[in-house]
Design a protein around this ligand. Sequence first.
Ligand code: ATP
Ligand code: MG
Length: 454
Amino acid sequence: MTQEEKQAAPARSRSDQVIRTIVQEHQGLWRIIDLLDQLQQDMNVNANQPDELLFTTIFDYIEHFSKRVHSQPQEIMLYKRLREQAPETAELLAKLEKGYVLGHQRLKELRQLLHDCMSQWPDGREAFSHALTRFTQALRKHIKKEEGVVIPRARETLTQEDWEMIAEARDQTQDPLFGERVREEFRELRHKIISMTPEHLGGLGVVHSSRVTARDDQQEMLSIKGAVTSYGQIEVLHEVDITINSGEIVSLVGANGAGKSTLLMTISGLQPLDRGTMTYKGQDLSKVGSDRRVAEGIVQVPEGRQVFKDLSVQDNLLLGAYTRGMSPEVENDLEKMYSKFPILRQKRHNLAGELSGGQQQMLAMGRALMAKPRLLLLDEPSMGLAPLIVEEIFNTIKDLKKEGITIFLVEQNASQALALADRGYVLETGSVVIEGTGKELLSNEKVREAYLGM
Ligand SMILES: Nc1ncnc2c1ncn2[C@@H]1O[C@H](COP(=O)(O)OP(=O)(O)OP(=O)(O)O)[C@@H](O)[C@H]1O
Ligand SMILES: [Mg+2]
């Protein structure tokens, strides 16, 4: 507002202006909450995987309210004035302010649940959906309280001077509720949301880079830098650098004794790192024990299967979920494992030792999957198996990638492992000597000669 406008505008219309602004923002927010309902329904009823970018933008939009207020709730001028003029509203205002702060936390949780839902789809859908319902309910309640109680009370009790101050704050950029710059950002985000919303939900349906997860694919999941490890005096890994991005299959090939299994055990935390660093999703792993790593999603299928031969197939699978405790969810996962590997259902009461090599490999993988891996470490899953079974195992690995699991695959069967891989590394006597995309390695002269026998 210019100086003249300010002088020209009588106090009454000043309060009207302010209230109109708030009501407009509320209406905008309310429509977005409706959209969230529709998107949620689309996900639950039509089993459509959520559009992560759209959800994320919506969360950004809502966070605008909560984040700014989070830093300094007392800066909402309207609340401040009302608290002074109508002390009986103090309790409600404190609650609403707390709602902003809580909302900020809930949004963080929602973002995480959305991420889980994307990477474990369709698992994680229910948790995300429930949290979403609780969130939208709380938000609607918040708006109703502001519209139904706060604004009417403000109309009744605030003086000309109060409205003057509120309007003043509104014109400044920093008012967390409706400073001009804040509102500018709202508008921008809202525009983005509308353009991304599918046409059948009333948006423009602009095609956008499919999902945040697609961008996520480029995100580092595991980063190993300068890793050195030894057995006694003998150094086995020499300054190994390896990066695994989320969503990738990365293959590691190398001759007998190169140190492949040792590297996997170092990632699992079963073999100590002498030097170098290892970070998983940005977190330093040096002080994280092997059990915790499993709970965080780093799960290894060891070389030679190593199933518990004297336990039943079912008990072997349940052991995979030991970090998760027994729950209906675990039983549900057991069912899923049986649909993925029907042979395991058939043999669920057999001792694992009675299974063929291929069946044992499936059991070993099923057991690892029961731990809900984010990063699955496979140590020579095809070793000693007949070609038909090898194909089956590799197909399973491809499916796991589709389910959003990131895979680090150690193989001597280099041609198949590299054909499957997004990227690959060649390990020779403890050092990475070649790295590149799966295709690059397959056509690399040296790799062809040494590992593909061509
Ligand atoms: N527990 C151990 N104690 C001492 N040395 C070991 C131990 N385990 C492995 N080694 C040695 O460390 C080196 C790397 O072994 P590692 O098992 O990691 O190789 P690999 O690439 O997995 O081989 P393979 O293809 O045979 O599985 C080898 O020289 C091996 O003899
Ligand atoms: Mg090995």
